[in-house]
Write a protein that binds this ligand. Structure first.
Ligand code: ADE
Ligand code: ZN
Length: 334
């Protein structure tokens, strides 16, 4: 039985496996510029974040109907459950779909077909987090929030993703203020490729409660001190960092140092169909590469629930934490 955990940094569009991409392409009469899944997989060689995003946005062309989004999310939840995920806070990128003529309602209601049934079908509780694309304009983000208003009963929070460098958080001050006024929780990608100042800005200007990635905080000791003091969770994605060359190798990943510095670290999969592993695969990979102990693995799982947006269901959070505390590691784990 896998260690119970929450996944807090997962782009649903990044769970599109090549087999499902081709199946949806055929269903929707969309032509992909790859002969087959094998040829598509050969394109999964990334130099940086942008080279990945190019393919990520290209493949979204196959997602057209509510059922497509439902099938995508259901395939993720099936895999997540098998990896010990008990709770998933799932990002989606509405602007990337609206720009292709797929309305917000198709995206949200399609995802909800799977999420609304996830506890019964998979034993996984869920939340949805709507991300703004930071390489689009602030006005476009405001329009997106407006388009989401009829669906806010389905949406727990807002996030900020896509190409980071050159798109600092402050550009989105107004839309984050509006989101906060609507009672939405706030997170943002910061410090994945961008400088530590973007992390500080996400905290100070956008009021984020959790930082996605946050890897480059280590370059600013005062920021590390603040993140430790204020118990700001970081959603780290180790296999993603290797594939997008934010770190040279998993053995060089700073996760262990970050935990030992007192940072509230979580481990997540980001875009698992593209980066070679789902969340338990990330846990196993860092354990092996960094020599994490059982108690450090348990700390990561505990942190995932502590950092989750389960404030509206503390009873459930306590139940999940108790499951982590009672978990017995197999002898294979040091
Ligand atoms: N969109 C999907 N995955 C992303 C990542 N790792 N960073 C920024 N934007 C993303
Ligand atoms: Zn991400």
């Amino acid at each position: 039985m896998p260690l119970p955990k929450a996944e807090l940094h997962l782009h649903v569009e990044g769970t599109l496996e090549p087999e499902l991409a081709f199946r949806l392409a055929e269903r929707n009469g969309v032509r992909l510029p790859y002969a087959d899944t094998e040829e598509l997989r050969k394109a999964y060689e990334f130099a940086d974040l942008q080279s990945f995003l190019n393919l990520y946005y290209e493949l979204m062309a196959v997602l057209r109907t509510e059922q497509d989004f439902a099938d995508l999310a259901d395939a993720y939840l099936t895999r997540a459950a098998a990896q010990g995920v008990r709770h998933a806070e799932i990002f989606f990128d509405p602007q990337a779909h609206i720009a292709r003529g797929v309305p917000m309602s198709t995206v949200v209601e399609g995802l909800w077909r799977a999420l609304g049934n996830s506890e019964a079908a998979h034993g996984v509780s869920t939340r949805l987090i709507m991300c703004f694309l930071r390489d689009e304009s602030a006005d476009s983000a405001l329009e997106t929030l407006e388009a989401a208003r009829p669906h806010l009963d389905r949406i727990t929070g807002v996030g900020l993703d896509s190409a980071e460098v050159g798109h600092p958080p402050a550009k989105f001050r107004e839309v984050y203020e509006a989101a906060a006024a609507l009672g939405l929780r706030r997170v943002a990608h910061a410090g994945e490729e961008g400088p530590p100042a973007y992390i500080t800005e996400a905290l100070d200007v956008l009021g984020v409660e959790r930082v996605d990635h946050g890897l480059r905080c280590l370059e600013d000791p005062a920021l590390v001190e603040r993140l430790v003091r204020d118990r700001i969770p970081l959603t780290l994605c180790p296999l993603s960092n290797v594939r997008l060359r934010a770190v040279d190798a998993l053995t060089e990943h700073p996760l262990r140092r970050m935990m030992e510095a007192g940072l509230l670290c979580t481990v997540n999969s980001d875009d698992p169909a593209y980066f070679g592993g789902y969340v338990a695969d990330n846990y196993h990979a860092v354990r092996a590469a960094l020599g994490l102990t059982k108690e450090q693995m348990r700390e990561l799982a505990r942190n995932s629930f502590l950092a989750s947006f389960l404030a509206d269901d503390e009873e459930r959070r306590a139940r999940y934490l108790a499951e982590v505390d009672a978990y017995e590691f197999s002898a294979a784990v040091p």
